[in-house]
Design a protein around this ligand. Structure first.
Ligand code: F6P
Length: 430
């Protein structure tokens, strides 16, 4: 009797990240070599959730064998949330059933991991899911401190861009403010700022308080710029993590021109609708103008130009192993009850390590745990110590305080009062 090969679907959700095509390629090759029929599902969960089964394409080894070096995603991607309501979830399951898909590889970040686990649970044994974690934000708590794929390429390309801006800032004697993507986590901004040796990097994790104001950030920048001025430099590059905006009061932000406070399908603030770099540039401009100083300042945003870049060898190598591992996991007997419906494919010391979807969630909130920068780590301390920004020791040193106050055209006492909140790091004593 002729048996039909089982079908495997591959889809991509969330923002692009370098290495997606390599993960697709590797998973498809191993699936075909294991006797499965492979279909690529276009645009994430978008069409499945709408009940459409025609937005798929067969994937053969010939289709995927050379795509591993390409940026972007041959299957495109979307932020459709198939769990937004019961109807969408049921339509998604039904579409997958109609397509005869028994195994699903999802490639995505925290939101796609959440969707994948809900879909697998709702399919109740009819589907097994392997989720391959990607995001340039590096904010998933992967075992062994491994980065999410795409992060290393984004950091590499972003560092080149910032190095180029640093040269421009030196040449034209001006400051650049560069806002970098990363959602709630500052990994990418810090990674780029530290690697390029930018004047300073500001990330959300360094602020202990729940909420910060636009003016808190302007003050940090102003302090750093005055310090550089005292050191005889009128130029510099500041890297600022976009997640700073998530710590700001939406009502305060809404008062700035061009700001729209919206949410995406997963309930996250749409950071692309907040022109953070421009808001901060104008704020710092005003602070210097208030004391009669004119500045040359340019703002820049890095993110969309990094996400679809061709992957560097690290991400190609990494995703080839992850894609292969996804298929080996799907075709194996689950070694743990928690992995019955699926799991998250990770790499630890060169070996596959599968994390359950439960492990990824915060038991208190039910949401995906976010990996943030640890500001108590040596990794952060080195980045911070090599920045030019106001620290406690600058205010404690009376000679330096007087020079800074002179640069700001203030009395040393007023200077200390104004900038006391900026010197928020205790690690400089170490
Ligand atoms: O993929 C994550 C991310 O790159 C974040 O850093 C960023 O905030 C978000 O995507 C923006 O994506 P989009 O505008 O495509 O929704």
């Amino acid at each position: 009797m002729l048996t039909m090969p089982k079908r495997l679907g591959i889809l991509v959700g969330g923002g692009p990240a370098p290495g997606i095509n390599s993960a697709i390629s590797s998973a498809a090759i191993e699936a075909v070599n294991s006797g499965l029929e492979v279909v690529g599902i276009l645009d994430g969960f978008q069409h499945l959730a709408a009940g459409r089964t025609d937005m798929v394409q067969p994937l053969t080894i010939g289709d995927v064998s050379r795509i591993h070096v390409r940026g972007g995603s041959i299957l495109r991607t979307s932020r459709t949330n198939p769990t937004r309501n019961a109807e969408d979830l049921q339509r998604t399951i039904k579409s997958l059933q109609e397509l005869g898909i028994a195994y699903l590889v999802t490639i995505g970040g925290d939101d796609t991991a959440f969707s994948a686990s809900e879909v697998a649970k709702a399919a109740d044994g009819a589907l097994r899911v392997a989720h391959v974690p990607k995001t340039i934000d590096n904010d998933l708590p992967l075992p062994g401190g491994m980065p999410t794929f795409g992060f290393e390429t984004a950091r590499h390309v972003g560092t080149q861009e910032v190095l180029s801006l640093m040269e421009d800032s030196r040449t034209t004697n001006r400051w650049y403010f560069v806002v970098v993507m990363g959602r709630e986590a500052g990994h990418l901004a810090l990674g780029i700022g530290k690697s390029a040796g930018a004047s300073l990097s500001i990330i959300p994790e360094e602020f202990a308080q729940e909420q910060i104001s636009v003016w808190d950030i302007c003050r940090v920048l102003e302090g750093a710029m005055l310090k550089r001025q005292v050191m005889g430099q009128m130029h510099g590059v500041a890297v600022i993590a976009e997640g700073i905006a998530e710590k700001m009061d939406p009502e305060e932000l809404a008062q700035f021109p061009g700001v729209e406070i919206g949410q995406d399908a997963f309930g996250h603030i749409s950071l692309n609708e907040i022109p953070l770099a421009t808001i901060i540039r104008r704020g710092v401009h005003k602070k210097f103008a208030d004391r009669g100083k004119k500045l040359s300042l340019v703002d820049f945003t890095l993110g969309y130009n990094l996400r679809s870049a061709p992957p560097i060898p690290f991400d190609i190598d990494y995703t080839r192993t992850l894609g292969y591992g996804a298929i080996r996991f799907l075709l194996s007997e689950p070694e743990d009850e928690l992995l019955r419906h699926g799991g998250l494919i990770c790499l630890r010391d060169g070996q596959r390590s599968v994390m359950s979807f439960e492990e990824l969630r915060d038991p208190a909130t039910g949401k995906t745990r976010v990996r943030r920068v640890d500001c108590g780590s040596e990794h952060y301390a080195v980045a911070r110590k090599y920045m030019i920004r106001l620290e406690k020791h600058d205010l404690a040193n009376s000679e330096m305080r007087t020079k800074l106050a002179d640069a700001a055209a203030m009395s040393p006492e007023d200077f200390e009062r104004e900038f006391a909140s900026v010197v928020n790091w205790d690690g400089d004593a170490a």
